[in-house]
Design a protein around this ligand. Structure first.
Ligand SMILES: [Zn+2]
Length: 213
């Protein structure tokens, strides 16, 4: 019986490396894999999965409007598939996670999805939320916080090294960087910054009211 697997972690745990290794293991046995990756720019159809340690492979890219069951079915008609692997699975929609379930159940192809569990505000990504709910098999890949604990959270830092507390879930371009942290250090950085921002805004309102009176 084919299964839907979800490999989740914070950033820099080696998700793409693990994906590429799994794909390689199938191919080494003469089996055929399909790597799917969400795309954020106009290079439609040709994507790449790259890992920090230098491995990379071609991927089929898709966006939020695409039906993944239809894509996999069409690819299967060309050449039978033995495994489907999904990079950056946190960006899947709820419908697309459902469609991966259909690939597993109706086409009987195992699906291995790799994604980040929560965003820089500690909120679950849509894709990860439904993969955690619906996958047959959950596996955690471990990243390490600067303190040595397991890093389960991701923080976004601005150019001054302060935690970013607001903004869109996905930042394209920009100079912000992302760091994996344990929950304790996420809370210390994110909420300290959030309290400071709230206090600054309150004081600004009070000053504005006082000076405009
Ligand atoms: Zn820590």
């Amino acid at each position: 019986m084919a299964k839907l697997y979800f490999y989740y972690s914070s950033m820099n745990a080696g998700k793409s490396t693990s994906l590429l290794q799994s794909s390689y293991n199938y191919k080494e046995r003469g089996m055929n894999t399909l790597i799917l990756a969400p795309h954020f720019d106009d290079r439609y159809g040709v994507g790449r999965v790259t890992s920090r340690i230098g491995l990379e492979a071609r991927a089929t890219s898709f966006d939020k409007a695409d039906n993944l069951f239809d894509i996999v079915s069409a690819c299967c008609n060309e050449d039978p598939l033995h495994c489907v692997l999904v990079d950056e699975a946190q960006f899947l929609t709820k419908d697309q996670v459902f469609q991966l379930g259909q690939v597993t159940d109706d086409l009987e192809i195992p699906v291995l999805a790799y994604g980040i569990r929560t965003d820089f505000q500690g909120e679950p990504f849509e894709g990860s939320q439904y993969l955690l709910a619906w996958a047959d098999n959950l596996n955690e890949l471990k990243a390490i916080c600067h303190c040595g604990r397991k890093a389960t959270m991701v923080i976004r830092l601005d150019e001054n090294g302060n935690a970013v507390t607001e903004g869109s879930q996905v930042e394209i371009g920009g100079n912000d960087r992302y760091v994996s942290m344990c929950r304790k250090h996420f809370n210390e950085n994110f909420y300290r910054e959030k309290v400071q921002q709230t206090q600054k805004a309150r004081i600004a309102r009070i000053v504005q009211a006082a000076t405009s009176a």
